[in-house]
Design a protein around this ligand. Sequence first.
Ligand code: ADP
Ligand code: MG
Length: 247
Amino acid sequence: MSQDSALLSLEEVSKVYTMGDVEVHALRSVSLRIDEGEFVAIMGSSGSGKSTLMNLIGCLDRPSAGHYALAGKDVSRMSRNALAEVRNLTLGFVFQSFNLLARTSALENVELPLVYAGVSTRERQRRAKEALSRVGLGDRIHHHPNQMSGGQQQRVAIARALVSNPKVILADEPTGNLDSRTSLEIMAIFQELGRSGMTIVLVTHEPDIAAFASRVLVMRDGRIETDRRQQAVVADPGAVPRHEAQP
Ligand code: ADP
Ligand code: MG
């Protein structure tokens, strides 16, 4: 256990992919601390290392060099099984494409992580309903994804990320498939989670979306080029009339 108070701490982390005899330096000695309750947006052009950084933060991959501590545990040298356990206990994931099961109700989609965790049916349903209420879908729990709008599907995906009560939500382009008004609704939910103390790390291409975060990192060539804190713009979906929303 380090004395470091950061929830998430990367020290001189590098990632090198080897393809045949070519080495790709996807991350070059990145050091980064994120404290509990921060809302961080990661920006940067394609190929700058955003997904590689998210995969490491999300314990989906291990660094080639350097150290990564998550919630006080050094996870940089853990086995794949140990990483999976840390992931399930500590992290929730939200993706651009929602990744919901199509012929399965919202409730069952949200229950799924708890099925893998061996939680009883009754407790699963209670927690899944609570998570769906938290994203404003308490009255849609029996709908299937194909009966829902993109924004509603993304809210189900956020509920699924929340249901295991993670410390950190990692979101890769969560508004990439949504129109601007729906994007605002989703960002309002993330901000609400942030106010309740959740730590959020989100990748986006759009400066308008990064404006809702309280800290913005810009990646370039495998390095963090800039790292600045800012006054977050408050996401207010009511401010944009629906008929003016542009895809
Ligand atoms: P971004 O998400 O910012 O577009 P990535 O992290 O996906 O950037 O990629 C960073 C660099 O690493 C790019 O040059 C990319 O081609 C390379 N890269 C990413 N994943 C792999 C992989 N699995 N194998 C080889 N090279 C990879
Ligand atoms: Mg990427």
